[in-house]
Write a protein that binds this ligand. Structure first.
Ligand SMILES: Nc1ncnc2c1ncn2[C@@H]1O[C@H](COP(=O)(O)OP(=O)(O)OP(=O)(O)O)[C@@H](O)[C@H]1O
Ligand SMILES: [Mg+2]
Length: 274
């Protein structure tokens, strides 16, 4: 199972005068669920691309199972660490939805029979079956996002990095994506979620890495970090509603079920009124 070790990572874009990432060190091991949080421009996407070899460190290193990403091909890393771009169109090139999913499977040596079965499964999971012959670019925003996740998930990478998975999603699809990501974690694989949606992050991730201006300003248990007023303010975040609600009501385990929140709220209001 995958282990990602980041050591003293500095990254600067070729044309930029300043570093986008500075002195970042951490490790992520199998089975972890990690939220990468931070303000716009904090460096989250840049960090994600360094984790899967799309970008290589300017200084320092990123090692995947002990091997420096500089010595690994992007495809080899992608087999282990899937990355879903925040803009799904950056990922698409096939003319049909089903071929978009098939491409990765072929590349990674799935037989046609196994690929057919997998395509069927992932299109079902993401409610895309009816679009399998359609051009990916002609899907709606939310459908594109679902296809982007489906096509990476299909080859079952050991770790999945998703950049802004909930943007443009309706509520039902957001719950669906949450369910899928949680099932990946429960299988002992890794999920790394980049998001501004702290409630979504809290409902999936045990751990958070908080970035601000290219530096890590917090790394630890998500619940602890997002209970820290100063840290939350510094990273332009807010506290997850779930965590606040649990504190206020004394109820626990709300993150286990989003829907429990609304019924709990109703109960709290009823109690207040009586
Ligand atoms: N291709 C690029 N060339 C030069 N600078 C870039 C490039 N991409 C991003 N940057 C800069 O690097 C910094 C980090 O950007 P990044 O996209 O990683 O932020 P982010 O945390 O993902 O933000 P957001 O929440 O808006 O997605 C920003 O200052 C950004 O302007
Ligand atoms: Mg980003």
């Amino acid at each position: 199972m995958v282990k990602i070790v980041v050591e003293s990572l500095y990254f600067r874009y070729p044309e930029a005068s300043d570093y986008a990432l500075r002195n970042i060190s951490f490790r992520i091991v199998e089975g972890e669920s990690v939220a990468i949080l931070g303000e716009n421009g904090a460096g989250k996407t840049t960090l994600a691309k360094n984790l899967n070899g799309l970008l290589k460190p300017t200084e320092g290193s990123v090692k995947i199972d002990g091997v420096d990403t500089r010595n690994l091909s992007v495809a080899k890393i992608a087999r282990k660490i899937g990355f879903v771009n925040h803009n799904p169109e950056h990922q698409f090139f096939a003319e049909k939805v089903e071929d978009e999913v098939r491409f990765g499977l072929r590349n990674f040596g799935f037989s046609e029979e196994a690929a057919d079965k997998t395509i069927q499964e992932v299109l079902n999971v993401f409610g895309l079956e009816e679009y399998r012959g359609k051009n990916p670019f002609q899907l709606s925003g939310g459908e594109k996002k679902r296809l982007a996740i489906a096509s990476i998930m299909a080859w079952r990478p050991e770790a999945l990095i998703v950049d802004e998975p909930t943007i443009g999603m309706d509520y039902a699809q957001k719950l669906n994506i949450r369910r899928v990501l949680r099932s990946i974690v429960s299988e002992g694989r890794c999920v790394i979620v980049i998001t501004h949606d702290v409630d979504f992050a809290a409902s999936i991730c045990e751990r958070a890495i908080i970035l601000s201006r290219g530096e890590v300003i917090g790394d630890g248990r998500l619940r602890d970090l997002l209970s820290d007023d100063k840290l939350v303010e510094k990273a332009s975040l807010r506290k997850p509603f779930l965590i606040e609600l649990e504190k206020e009501t004394g109820l626990t385990g709300l993150e286990e079920d989003f829907d429990a929140i609304s019924s709990t709220l109703v109960e709290v209001f009823q109690k207040c009124r009586s």
